[in-house]
Design a protein around this ligand. Structure first.
Ligand SMILES: NC(=O)c1ccc[n+]([C@@H]2O[C@H](COP(=O)([O-])OP(=O)(O)OC[C@H]3O[C@@H](n4cnc5c(N)ncnc54)[C@H](OP(=O)(O)O)[C@@H]3O)[C@@H](O)[C@H]2O)c1
Length: 240
């Protein structure tokens, strides 16, 4: 993708990876719109990067997704990049009372939201790029987050099909495959020992500049290349 002069929507752009992507894309001379549920987080992001355009919405609600794109088609019809980044991660056991409710929320935001947003985005005038944020856990599951891993495996699979379906169009499909990074994903503190997002962003942008469409970093690099034997070995190491 060209790295400047885009208009970019980053879902879940008020924190973590989304906010770091937003900051870097602004630095590269792009217009960036972010959305998330928390007004306070959106306000803090805007205070940090005054050029940001913010929009509150809950992407698990179908009407919010439709309203977001109605607003975009009116106020920002030149939006050309969609970054499907928003997601949640639930640490849980299948025997927990809340298991099904949490699984449904995870499927809603990690799967249904990006599917719907992709469909809506492709109806705009000038789409050029879809960036989907999957995970190293799409390749090898970590059993403490059993549904999360499945949603990310789904999202990677869908991303490959989407890229293939759009191969004769002018729309590029890029997958970002992060390893564990130090964000609040899953709850505060759970990722504190993971590498900082800042190092990840530097490496991701190097790969974007080089024209790659599968962007990885750190531990996720090896996961992407794993064969069946090494997947078993990783699985056993991650799930003692
Ligand atoms: N950090 C990691 O270790 C890691 C590794 C691999 C992949 N990833 C992926 O990277 C993406 C970003 O995660 P992160 O690590 O940056 O965690 P994060 O800081 O918790 O970011 C997730 C973002 O998604 C937004 N979001 C969640 N539910 C939403 C909803 N219903 N509607 C709208 N926005 C919603 C959150 O904002 P609100 O709460 O305000 O809605 C938040 O800004 C996720 O897809 C995650 O799966 C992260």
């Amino acid at each position: 993708m060209k790295l400047s002069h885009n208009k970019i929507l980053i879902t879940g752009g008020a924190s973590g990876i989304g906010l770091a992507l937003a900051g870097r894309f602004i630095k590269e001379n792009n217009t960036v719109i972010i959305c998330s549920r928390r007004e306070q987080a959106l306000a803090e992001a805007k205070a940090k990067f005054p050029g940001l355009i913010t929009r509150q919405c809950d992407l698990t609600i179908e009407q919010d997704r439709a309203a977001l794109f109605t607003w975009i088609s009116q106020a920002h019809p030149d939006l050309n990049v969609l970054v499907n980044n928003a997601g949640i991660q639930n640490w849980m056991k299948v025997t927990d009372d809340s298991f099904y409710d949490k699984a449904r929320s995870e499927v809603n935001i990690n799967i249904l939201a990006p599917l719907h947003l992709t469909e809506l985005f492709l109806k705009l005038n000038a789409p050029t790029t879809i960036i989907n944020v999957t995970s190293g856990l799409a390749f090898v599951p970590f059993s403490k987050v059993p549904v999360y891993c499945g949603t990310k495996a789904f999202f990677r699979s869908f991303t490959l099909s989407l890229r293939h379906q759009l191969k004769d169009s002018d729309i590029e499909v890029i997958e970002v495959i992060p390893p564990a990074l130090n964000t609040d994903l899953g709850g505060k503190g759970l990722h504190d020992t993971a590498p900082p997002v800042s190092d990840f962003i530097i490496k991701i942008f190097e790969q974007l500049e080089a024209g790659s469409n599968e962007l990885t970093f750190g531990a996720a690099e090896a996961r992407v290349k794993a064969n069946n034997d090494s997947i078993s070995a990783y699985f056993n190491r991650m799930n003692p």
